[in-house]
Design a protein around this ligand. Structure first.
Ligand code: ZN
Length: 209
């Protein structure tokens, strides 16, 4: 009898755990669908000059989240006419694990591969990212010579731009005269960029522990 009760309670516990995990997965799916709808309905606000580019990064972030990656996107634009030169999104887990494939890295790799020169010309280019750059990406963007880098949502726990004064001196010297900081976009886009990232962060951070 005791064995029967034990088996039954184990079975019930298992059912509850499966049900919680299904509910969580379904909850994330529904949130993603809702974010998708809000993003596709959003029209750039002319009060904010960076809104069109912020929206490009957020659409890329959405693709990343749907693929099972961190919900982060980026784009490289030509400042003179606002044309999008390259865009990319986080690809750390899918299609296969590559820890360096952050959105900014993917975008810069595409651009550098398209140039195939000793030192690709980045004059007049601006990189936008949906989330504040981490130390790895900021180091690469400085080394690549990108003159302006703007982020949509800030990242107080992993972002490096707000900690710029803590970069090793060499990178700070190389980057003199450049502009790295928050994008001039609407609060609504900042909120959307943050929400897409947060929706994916917790579960994926667990995989890195
Ligand atoms: Zn990064």
């Amino acid at each position: 009898m005791r064995r029967y009760i034990l088996s039954l309670s184990l079975f019930l516990t298992l059912c509850v755990l499966i049900s919680i995990s299904y509910t969580e997965a379904r909850g994330s799916e529904l949130l993603l669908e809702e974010l998708d709808k809000q993003i596709n309905e959003y029209r750039p606000d002319t009060k904010y000059k960076d809104d069109p580019f912020a929206l490009v990064t957020i659409k890329e972030a959405l693709i990343a989240a749907k693929e099972g990656n961190y919900g982060i996107g980026a784009c490289l634009i030509r400042e003179v006419d606002g044309s999008v030169v390259e865009k990319g999104h986080n690809e750390v887990f899918m299609p296969y694990f590559r820890i360096d494939r952050h959105a900014e890295m993917v975008t810069m790799t595409k651009y550098e591969n398209s140039q195939k020169t000793e030192k690709p010309n980045v004059d007049g280019l601006v990189l936008f990212t949906s989330l504040e750059c981490c130390p790895m990406c900021l180091t690469r963007l400085i080394s690549a010579g990108v003159p302006k880098v703007y982020y949509v949502a800030s990242d107080p726990i992993a972002g490096m731009i707000h900690l710029y004064d803590n970069m090793p001196p060499l990178w700070q010297v190389i980057a003199i005269g450049r502009q790295y900081g928050p994008a001039e976009c609407s609060p609504e886009l900042k909120k959307l960029a943050n929400e897409i990232f947060l929706l994916t962060r917790e579960a994926l951070d667990e995989k890195l522990k």
